[in-house]
Write a protein that binds this ligand. Structure first.
Ligand code: FAD
Length: 383
């Protein structure tokens, strides 16, 4: 009989770990501080079903394959065929087709030691390099992705350009509900409204943020660089909508998408939901980032102020995932294994993957530490 396994946190990582551990005969208890599972993958209740964090699910990745094997894939939608508006080098216009060609023609490998900007400048002109740096913001959330390790940024750029991005119909809570139901069906106890104040005794997976794991363990080495981002969510009347699905301000590092166009269930009939991320440099205040966002909307959607029904904004620090600076890879991040019976599985842990996939592959490494062979495509060693 295996001992009980404690999992702290019922986000995507904790729920994935709970399912796989329960499948292998562990008696699993998941403690979740919130009234609902999901963590950063929760979706607000109607009328505007905004995702709190996660938007894009990558169907080309190992976690999607893991979900497929279990019949747990949620309904998904692709981005609609509307235009993508881009600001690069000061000019707002359609996505420049030549940018996709230049990105595709970059060498297949980029160095770990060099910064993305320095590496790009060896292959493309300065203006194109800055545009590519701006694109990398979209899936790293960093205010200056040019400073990141070229290998880290380039691997993610290739994944993002490969076209595996989809959106979960009904928001990410649809997938969270599927995971929580499966975990419960396998016998895992999910205790919501249960904040764990100290490390439980016995085999434990901390599936929280890295910052919370640092507090719970008292281990100050549990840190890694992350990004700062201001998010702005808008509910709007749909009558005045422009013809674009997304706007990428590559200069100001702002990404806006009309998720309600892709999935009409996210907003009431005749309304739509738009969610926006703006990278913040250290010290930039939320109000200043919001002003930049509003300025972009004024230019790209002149009627938005009159159509506004609902507005929500937040400054998010270190919660969009890990970023690797030159000279570092995911192997250098805080190790998942913290001794015989404790594992820390977060999206800033030493595990491969893109965004939320990092926490999930960290959970697989945590199971490995407990003597299990993980099922996630051999804990794929590259992004
Ligand atoms: C704005 C934004 C946009 C993002 N976009 C994407 C995207 O498009 N694609 C993508 O893949 N990823 C994206 N991410 C990242 C993604 O949201 C996270 O990587 C992922 O949700 C992390 O899941 P997790 O389970 O590891 O952690 P969390 O979701 O943080 O779950 C941890 C859980 O632990 C609980 N907890 C904490 N402390 C305790 C305690 N003491 N006791 C009990 N419970 C506790 C918390 O309440 C929480 O529910 C985005 C993140 C943000 C913020």
């Amino acid at each position: 009989m295996k001992p009980d396994l404690h999992i702290v946190g019922a986000g995507l990582t904790g729920l994935t770990a709970a399912i796989e551990a329960a499948e292998r005969g562990w008696r699993v208890t998941v403690a979740e501080a919130n009234p609902r599972p999901g963590g950063r993958a929760r979706t607000l209740a109607a009328p505007y079903r905004a995702n709190l964090g996660t938007h894009a699910i990558y169907v080309d990745g190992p976690w999607w394959a893991w979900l497929e094997r279990r019949g747990l894939t949620p309904p998904i939608v692709e981005a609609p065929r509307h235009a993508t508006l881009v600001r690069a080098g000061g000019r707002l216009g359609p996505w420049p087709a030549e940018l996709s060609q230049v990105i595709a023609a970059l060498p297949t490998e980029a160095p770990v030691e060099e910064s993305l900007r320095a590496w790009l400048l060896r292959h493309v002109d300065a203006r194109t390099a800055e545009a590519i740096v701006g694109v990398v913001f979209i899936f790293t959330f960093d205010h200056d992705p040019g400073r990141l390790s070229a290998a880290f940024a380039h691997q993610r750029l290739r994944r993002a350009m490969a076209g595996g991005v989809r959106y979960v119909t009904g928001g990410w809570s649809t997938l969270v509900d599927l995971l929580a139901e499966r975990a419960a069906g396998l016998g895992a106890q999910i205790r919501t409204r249960t904040r764990v104040p100290a490390l439980p005794a016995g085999p434990t997976i901390l599936a929280t943020s890295l910052a919370t794991a640092r507090q719970l363990t008292g281990d100050r080495s549990l840190t890694w660089p992350g990004a700062r981002v201001t998010t702005v969510d808008l509910g709007l009347r749909a009558d005045s909508g422009p013809d674009w699905f997304r706007v990428m301000d590559l200069d100001a590092r702002i990404y806006a998408a009309r998720y309600g166009l892709a999935d009409p269930t996210l907003a009431p009939p005749g309304h739509e939901l738009i969610q926006i991320s703006a990278a913040c440099a250290p010290g930039e205040r939320k109000a200043d980032a919001e002003r930049r966002v509003q300025h972009l909307l004024d230019e790209s959607w002149p009627g938005w102020r009159a159509a506004l029904q609902w507005y929500r904004s937040a400054l998010r620090t270190d919660c969009t995932g890990a970023i690797d600076l030159p000279g570092t890879t995911w192997h250098d991040r805080p190790a998942v294994s913290r001794g015989d019976s404790l594992a820390v599985a977060t999206d800033q842990s030493a595990a491969p993957g893109l965004l939320a996939e990092v926490g999930i592959s960290a959970a697989q490494l945590a199971l490995q530490q407990l003597g299990e062979t993980p099922m996630l495509a051999e804990a794929h060693m590259r992004v």
